[in-house]
Write a protein that binds this ligand. Structure first.
Ligand code: ZN
Length: 226
């Protein structure tokens, strides 16, 4: 009787292990995808990076295959099309070492003001930043909207979203984005400033209460001094 019981128990364990195992990370992704359903790849979206899609170069392909990185279809297409600055690709990869992130936009589909098409300069009406160069337009900016499955909006003080800021701060100044903008509480709690690449203007913090913006102002190098 006892033997039968253990045999049944063993069977149950085998079945459970088969159902819950994560040999390839896909189950983990299904439970807690980088982007929420409807944004970015789902398990059924095999067009996200098909086996014969070799565009974008090795770093981009690696990022797109990383289950800790999620992207909207526009953002993934910008990556595959070579639109995104390699420094930004590397920074996002660095963040995924500790966190699961969802980028909803690089260049395609970005707009500062509803109904106004993006160009090389920020349009008037976007806080006080009108007239400044638009880093999204040049493929040098990313907006992270979800961290570890939670929206940035309303979670500026969550340990995960705060830690993304600390991961960024650990990147050497010459590689770190020099246009880091996020929610006001996130920015204040982290305490970094202009020297480290953080933007502190109140109008910009107010405009970034739902996402983290990482940008490189210049084509080469950064203005970070720390
Ligand atoms: Zn942005």
């Amino acid at each position: 009787m006892k033997a039968k019981f253990f045999a049944a128990l063993l069977c149950l364990c085998v079945v459970l292990a088969a159902a819950c195992g994560t040999p390839d990370g896909l189950d983990r992704e299904a439970l807690n995808p980088a982007c929420p359903p409807g944004l970015g790849r789902g398990l059924l979206d095999d067009g996200f990076l098909g086996p014969d899609d070799e565009r974008g170069g090795p770093a981009v392909r690696k990022l797109l295959r990383n289950p800790d990185f999620g992207a909207s279809s526009e953002a993934a297409e910008d990556l595959r099309g070579g639109v995104v600055d390699p420094r930004l690709v590397e920074t996002l990869r660095t963040v995924t070492e500790r966190h699961r992130i969802c980028v909803d936009v690089f260049k395609e589909g970005h707009f500062f003001v509803q109904g106004v098409e993006d160009g090389p300069r920020i349009p008037d009406g976007y806080g006080e930043a009108g007239g400044l160069p638009n880093t999204h337009f040049f493929g040098r900016a990313a907006d992270i909207r979800y961290v570890d499955g939670e929206p940035v909006e309303g979670n500026g003080l969550s340990p995960e979203v705060l830690d993304v800021g600390r991961v960024l701060a650990d990147i050497p100044g010459q590689n770190r984005p020099d246009q880091i903008i996020g929610p006001g509480d996130w920015t204040r709690e982290l305490g970094f400033g202009y020297e480290e690449g953080w933007i502190l203007y109140k109008d910009q913090l107010d405009l970034h209460n739902k996402h983290l913006h990482l940008g490189y102002i210049r084509e080469n190098g950064t203005r970070n001094t720390r």
